[in-house]
Design a protein around this ligand. Structure first.
Ligand code: MG
Length: 372
């Protein structure tokens, strides 16, 4: 554990997720925020196939901010394709000195400060933002859906992801694990695309959504796939083509019966308007948006532009997934299954009840409790 409360001073001590130590009185006594962090590798329950890689673990960094007996929890999850890693995140966090902020509620000032430290580093910034939101919610004694004025009954169903597996028994196991879910996300772009949909359709008729993960490079093929999927109860297609193929994606959108959703194409708030030129909607993820503050702005802007909104996650613990769930009453579709994919979660938070995202009731902040 390194603590950066004193700027350059780095102390090493074990992080304690089981020590609650949170104050029950909603008062801040004029202390200063102290940020601490620790790498935590997530173990995947099953190897994860994507269009461009396959992995069995994913790196993460757990973060906490302490202030006057309140503790806010945050997390950075760094899938290899987004360019951050444990070294870059810990280097960034080592430079963060939150003790300079006398008022923890200056969220915008704190974000401006994080931007001045270094560009990019979005997951690192998200980890600070999530911990800050958790801290502020606990000080106020309220969950973030309530602070944002959202109705927790309006959370969507979450999708659950399956991908192609060359081992028929493994594929069957994947498909059978989908049974509790009301929407299934099918990862495509690794070949066997139609075969995978047909294998699933023999098992279930629940709606699917498709994530091509930039895997379709021919615009005519992309339109053909959209038409084929539309006949098989598919809700939308996520990132059909490589993110650089903007004109081709717009061409496909004009011909596709299904909405096209931007994922890899889009990271932060200014990208939302750009996405409107080629996509019908956006997939917001906290690790791309630098956390909850900007994710909320992105969802509101996309809504104002008449776009569809989806909230997704990386493979991460219930900490970051539950933080994303706070925003989910604002979106059309949720893809919040990241915590279900790991074997070593260290938080209790979001629940999926009858397929639906369920935000923990009566828990302030982001709504998580560390597992002892
Ligand atoms: Mg995606």
């Amino acid at each position: 554990m390194r603590t950066t409360a004193l700027g350059a001073a780095i102390a090493v001590a074990p992080i304690s997720f089981s020590a609650f130590g949170e104050a029950t009185k909603a008062t801040v006594k004029g202390g200063r925020m102290r940020l601490s962090f620790e790498p935590y590798e997530l173990k995947l329950r099953h190897a994860f196939n994507l269009a461009r890689n396959k992995r069995t673990t994913t790196p993460g960094v757990q973060v906490r901010i302490d202030l006057d007996g309140f503790t806010g929890y945050g997390e950075a999850s760094m899938p290899p394709y987004l360019g951050e890693n444990v070294a870059s995140v810990t280097e960034f966090l080592s430079k963060v000195d939150l003790s300079q902020f006398a008022d923890p509620f200056r969220i915008k000032d704190i974000h401006e400060y994080l931007e001045r430290i270094a560009p990019n580093n979005r997951a690192a910034k998200a980890s600070v933002d999530i911990a800050l939101h958790d801290l502020l919610g606990k000080i106020m004694g309220q969950p973030w859906y309530k602070i944002w004025g959202l109705n927790p009954d309006k959370t969507p169903n979450t999708s659950y992801t399956i991908s192609w597996n060359d081992d028929p028994a493994e594929l069957q196991r994947e498909i059978e694990e989908c049974a509790p879910f009301k929407v299934i996300k099918i990862k495509m772009g690794v070949g066997h695309d139609k075969e995978l949909v047909e294998a699933f359709r023999r098992f279930s008729d629940v709606p699917i959504c498709v994530d091509a993960n930039q895997g379709w490079t021919d615009k005519n093929q992309a339109v053909e796939m959209c038409n084929w999927l539309a006949e098989r109860n598919c809700l939308f297609v996520e990132q059909p083509m490589p993110k650089e193929m903007i004109d081709e994606t717009a061409w496909v959108r004009d011909r596709s019966p299904l909405p096209l959703i931007a994922d890899e194409f889009l990271q932060r708030l200014p990208d939302v308007r750009r996405a409107a030129g080629a996509y019908d909607g956006i997939n917001i993820k906290l690790m791309k948006s630098t956390g909850m503050h900007e994710a909320h702005q992105m969802a509101e802007l996309a809504r104002a532009l008449g776009m569809k909104v989806m909230i997704g996650c990386m493979t991460e613990t219930s900490c970051a997934v539950t933080a994303a769930a706070q925003l989910s009453p604002l979106v059309d579709w949720a893809d919040l299954d990241g915590n279900l994919l790991i074997a070593n979660d260290i938080f209790d938070g979001i629940k999926i009840v009858d397929g639906k995202v369920t935000i923990p009731a009566d828990r302030p902040g982001i709504g998580v409790v560390p597992l002892g």
